[in-house]
Design a binder for this molecule. Structure first.
Ligand code: TTP
Ligand code: MG
Length: 367
């Protein structure tokens, strides 16, 4: 069996990781259930058509430059014939369960990342003579045959490469990055393709002439870590083909967030506070479900400015309280008063399972 060196030079058995991601998931479900959409550009609209952004769109619409999170009005400019379809979240959730049931025929080590995306560790799976490539093919086939939907899959020895691979031949594609071929693949890999490298990080990296993993390898290590901290360390490890993160089955959800990108930027404090109130009631609904076995430990507010700069503010607190969110928001607004706001979000973080006392019996701890 092939061996992989960790950063501590401990030899571990070669792992086999698959990353599966459904193709234009919400749109694909709509097309499957309404074949009339089959050859049309369609998009799944957010809740409000006027102010909303798209959840996703099919690949025909993507040819016009339409994409997820795009404001509806912009999408209509690019593709006037775009058909806007209201979303049906309960249906997507049910399909997601069916997809997971297919995964579970192959392994119990499944880490869902969202409704349409998951990592699978198939290192010890006996199906398909233990070949991860054949297992991925089998899973894609089962999804297509049983659910009439297509998925793309990436196969490699670690999570980051499996995830990048699943995007390589989208839609309806498979990409395998063998350990022997990994370093050559990684060398020319664009940093912007690495999950977690957002627009701001991309710009900062580009300012230092860093565009792909080859650039990272050629950059002085000390300087990389000084200038980019944790991100620098992670990018260096990835550029060396090292990623030992385990696939974590049944990972508990640690936070819940409500956020939205606005069609028209918010420019006043009043507008922001108004939005916050609307988000707050939605957050209350979502948090309720989690309080059975978890407790709140932190509240947070996030804003993204129209230059894509993101700022967050958090406070340790053990229950939902709109006043805390308002204070956090005002703190953020005070420091960047003049910049229009593109996105606003509220979040709640939870601690691990909490069985013995009901959350409402907790005393308030404000730090
Ligand atoms: P993605 O897997 O990011 O996108 P996708 O499945 O639509 O397209 P792709 O073929 O590129 O994988 O997201 C999965 C679903 O999550 C998507 O169908 C709709 C939803 N979603 C949103 O609601 N808002 C968003 O901003 C994104 C990116 C996705
Ligand atoms: Mg997808």
């Amino acid at each position: 069996m092939l061996k992989q060196a960790t950063s501590k030079q401990i030899m571990l058995p070669q792992r086999k990781i698959i990353h599966i991601d459904m193709d234009c998931f919400f749109a694909a479900v709509e097309i499957r259930d309404n074949p009339i959409y089959q050859h049309l550009p369609i998009a799944i609209a957010g809740r409000s058509k006027r102010r909303g952004v798209l959840s996703t769109c099919n690949y025909i619409a993507r040819q016009y430059g339409v994409h997820s999170a795009m404001p509806v009005f912009r999408a209509k400019q690019l593709c006037p014939d775009l058909v806007l379809v209201p979303g049906r979240m309960p249906v997507y959730k049910a399909v997601s369960d069916q997809i997971r049931a297919i995964f579970s025929r192959y392994t119990a080590i499944i880490e869902p990342l969202s409704l349409d995306e998951a990592y699978l560790d198939v290192t010890n799976c006996q199906h398909c003579f233990g070949s991860a490539t054949y297992i991925a093919m089998d899973i894609r086939q089962a999804i297509e045959k049983e659910l009439n939907l297509t998925a793309s899959a990436g196969v490699s020895y670690c999570k980051f490469l499996a995830k990048i691979a699943s995007d390589e031949n989208k839609p309806n594609g498979l990409c395998v990055i063998e350990p022997d071929a990994a370093l050559a693949f990684i060398k020319s890999l664009a940093l912007k393709k690495i999950p977690g490298v957002g627009k701001v990080a991309q710009q900062k990296l580009a300012d230092h002439g860093l565009y792909n993993c080859g650039d990272i390898l050629n950059y002085p290590k000390q300087r990389l870590i000084e200038q980019f901290g944790k991100l620098g360390k992670t990018l260096l490890a990835y550029s060396q083909g090292l990623d030992n993160r385990a696939v974590q089955p049944n990972r508990e959800r640690k936070s819940v967030a409500v956020e939205r990108t606005f069609e028209i930027d918010l420019i006043s404090q009043e507008q922001c506070l108004q939005q916050l109130e609307a988000f707050y009631s939605k957050l209350q609904e979502r948090v309720k479900k989690h309080l059975v076995n978890k407790r709140i430990i932190k509240l947070g507010v996030k804003v993204k400015y129209n230059d894509f700069h993101i700022r967050t503010s958090e406070r340790q607190f053990h229950q939902l309280d709109i006043n805390i969110f308002q204070q956090l928001l005002l703190q953020l607004l005070k420091s960047k008063e003049t910049k229009p706001i593109r996105l606003l979000g509220l979040s709640v973080s939870f601690s691990e399972a909490f069985i013995d006392s009901a959350p409402e019996q907790l005393s308030l701890i404000d730090s």
